[in-house]
Structure formats: C-alpha cells, structure tokens
Design a protein around this ligand. Sequence first.
Ligand SMILES: [Fe+2]
Ligand SMILES: [Fe+2]
Length: 169
Amino acid sequence: MKIDQQATNWQDKSMKEIIGHIHDNHHVTTKEILEELNFLAFKILKVHYKDHGEQLLKVHRLVGLMKTELEAHLVKEEEDLFPMIMTYEVSGDAELLEAIGKFIQGTEAEHKLISDLFEELKLVTNDFRPPAGACNAYRKTFNFMDVLDKDICRHFNLESNVLFTRLNQ
Ligand SMILES: [Fe+2]
Ligand SMILES: [Fe+2]
C-alpha cells in the first residue's frame, strides 16, 4: 500500500489537485488498512483472549468504531464535500461556499472524534507497542494502527489546514 510522505508545495496546486492527492493517497490507503486491521483485531482477540483479553477487547472495540466512523467520513467527503469544493472552484458561487462552510463544521467534528479514538487506542496499546513475545499477527496489528495513525494525521492536516483554509482565501 502507498504511504504518502513526500513534501509538496500546496500553494502551487489547485483545490482539485489537492483533492485528487488526498483521495489517491490517503483515502485509498485508509480503506486498505482498515480492512486488514478489522480482520486482524478479531483474529488476535480470538487467539490471545486468555492472555491479553483485557487489552484486545478494547482494541477490537476501538478498531470497529474507527472503521465505522472513518468509512462514513470518507464517503461523505468523496460524495458530497469534495464535489462541492470542485464545483465552487470553477463557479465561485457565494451560496455554495456558505453550504460548504456548514458542511465542513460536521467534517471537523468527525476529524476530532476520529482523532480522539486514535488517542484512546494509543493509551490502550501503550503507544502501539505490542507486549513482549507477541506473535506476528499481534505485532502486525499494532504496526498497522501506528501507520494508520500517522497517515490520518497528515491526511486530516492536509484537509483542515490546507484545503479548507484555501476556501477562505
Ligand atoms: Fe479525507
Ligand atoms: Fe476528512
């Protein structure tokens, strides 16, 4: 899977280009990781319940919540918000900009909710550090959560502080 780590000068890019980048890198990657994580969180819960049930029940629950929230969030952006922004970039319509502003309040609330889930997950997993002697699947699960956490930080930052800021310039 593709992890976006390059530095880009976003000021030179159109909003359509920024949206294309967010979709092709972050949205696609997030969906891939979520599928794997969801599968793994259930798998390690079943295998290691006796020894690590307390931690793994929490991980399983948080991963499930995160998957539900993130999938809905991505679809709302792809189907509603991003098309509205791309239309606005062409038309400059003031009413549309107002509607986008209202929509973004919900988007930002979702960013906060999802970021809070990651914070909770970090607490539960000791900053994504698996217990000593953890098996491959256990370590892979924790690594995926760590990779997704970092990717989500870049992704949400790009939306909130680059794309949404551009609308008010
Ligand atoms: Fe997004
Ligand atoms: Fe977002």
